[in-house]
Design a protein around this ligand. Structure first.
Ligand code: FUL
Length: 466
């Protein structure tokens, strides 16, 4: 693959919209919250689900305080219990003391709060007797999916987990993924399908770890890794005769890795982790909410490392986020507002950069003031320099690429003038949707972004300094 071919791969409108959300919440809630388990076995009595003070508005307000733009609810986890009154099973809220449609209450709270709503629906179902029977279970699953896709307004996400264990009859199901995708595309064309799906890629771990170089342009077969794992297909699969790809491989998209691939896709990474050790609420973990420094570091490396960040906060038995989790979300929001509230670039006395080019228009991209697309004939360094009359104390440099022109930057440097001398403060690799470079608060009148390697000419959507 040549560089020209690599930069031809660009996001769909739904992927672009999701990537721009950057940070959104996961909410794990089901019978497990009341039985103190992480995976229910499907034999739970719906009577245990009794959140007496259920208040999704409280969730939404804490989520917004932290700066998150959406919420994905576990409408059905592996235990099969449905948080909505499904027509297709008795194993649901209708037979619990709760008597509320938790999916509806959550969707409405999101709408009131102005954030987007999405659903997690586990294909693995440890309660449903049809599980493992092939088409009859797929029909059941599609019926439930259809209820969620049609009754709760616009969804931004359908999150499919790869877990595939035994059902109540000891059988495993071969999921008909392509059929599920067709239903989603038809009923919610703007929703991204995550993990076991074609739109958003699992980063490969649940601990919040990130790659130093995250690429959104990867081999097409990367999109099958989670599905193949869930179907436990054997080595005769065509994908396996080639170099195997695993979600946790360190390098998914360098030129070297892509050079012999036949087909590429835009498949951006999502980092998912929980604010606590478990995905569900456990009394014993009330004191184990991740420290602010840990959450900040995951945020800077994920959102600031070309991935989206999906942070789980589990409601407790009252149906509320616990005080400790809420406090941490507030602290995180305050940190982010303090850090990124005041961009110093608009106050600069000068910006030395090549002008945004006509080509942006050809690609239907309106060049904005801070969009820099380096012209073809441009000679010399690919640099943008920002100058101020007075020294500024700088803590972060934020770079964004114009994703409609793909992901191009391979290597860059941040330079600053310190006591009359230009020094390199940072050397980085990929940028993509966003790269956040953390600096140590040095004082300078001049900051330069220098791009030292890129696939074709770089296209910068924004350069910000905080
Ligand atoms: C995993 C599940 O098994 C966990 O319970 C959790 O839902 C996590 C997000 O995905 O595969």
């Amino acid at each position: 693959m040549t560089d020209a071919e690599l930069v031809r791969v660009v996001p769909s409108a739904r992927q672009l919209r999701l990537q721009k959300m950057e940070f959104y919440a996961f909410v794990h809630f089901t019978v497990n919250t009341f039985t103190d388990r992480e995976w229910g076995d499907g034999t739970e009595n719906p009577a245990v689900f009794n959140p007496v003070s259920l208040d999704p508005d409280q969730w939404v307000s804490a989520i917004k305080e932290a700066g998150m733009k959406g919420l994905i609810l576990t409408c059905k986890h592996h235990d099969g219990f449905c948080l909505w009154p499904s027509k297709y099973t008795e194993h649901c809220v209708r037979n619990s003391p709760c008597q509320k449609d938790v999916v509806r209450e959550t969707a409405e709270a999101c709408r009131r709060g102005g954030i987007r709503f999405g659903v997690y629906l586990s294909p693995w179902d440890r309660n449903q007797p049809l599980y493992g029977t092939g088409k009859p279970y797929d029909d059941y699953f599609v019926n439930q999916l259809t209820e969620l896709l049609t009754n709760y307004g616009e969804l931004f996400s359908v999150w499919f987990d790869g877990a595939c264990g035994e059902g109540p009859n000891g059988r495993k199901q071969h999921y008909d993924w392509e059929r599920y995708y067709r239903v989603i595309r038809k009923l919610q064309p703007d929703a991204c399908i995550h993990v076991c799906g074609p739109d958003i890629r699992w980063c490969g771990n649940e601990a919040g770890e990130t790659r130093p170089s995250e690429w959104s342009v990867v081999p097409r077969r990367t999109a099958d890794t989670e599905k193949i794992a869930s179907l436990s297909q054997q080595a005769d699969d065509e994908a396996f005769r080639l170099r195997p790809i695993r979600a946790w491989d360190l390098d998914l998209g360098s030129r070297e890795i892509l050079k012999d691939e036949k087909e590429l896709i835009w498949y951006p990474a999502e980092v998912n982790t929980s604010i606590r050790p478990g995905w569900f609420w456990h009394e014993a973990e009330n004191d184990q909410v991740k420290p602010l420094e840990k959450l900040v570091s995951i945020y800077l490396n994920s959102v600031g490392g070309n991935a989206t960040f999906l942070l789980n906060i589990p409601p407790d038995r009252r149906g509320l986020f616990h005080e400790n989790d809420v406090r941490r979300l507030m602290e995180l929001g305050a940190y982010l507002r303090n850090s990124f509230g005041n961009n110093l670039v608009p106050e600069a006395s000068g910006i030395i950069a090549p002008p945004a080019e006509k080509e942006c228009e050809i690609l239907n991209v309106v060049p904005e003031d801070d969009c820099y697309y380096f012209p073809q004939q441009h000679s010399g360094n690919t640099e943008i320099t920002v100058c101020w009359d007075k020294p500024q104390r700088i803590h972060f440099v934020v770079i964004r690429e114009h994703l409609l022109l793909s992901q191009r930057i391979e290597k860059f440097e941040i330079l600053a003038e310190l006591e009359g001398k230009t020094e390199c403060l940072y050397r980085g690799t990929t940028v993509g949707n966003k790269r956040i470079v953390k600096l140590d608060g040095c004082e300078t009148k001049r900051v330069t972004l220098r791009i030292t390697d890129s696939r074709e000419r770089p296209a910068i959507e924004q350069l910000a300094v905080y």
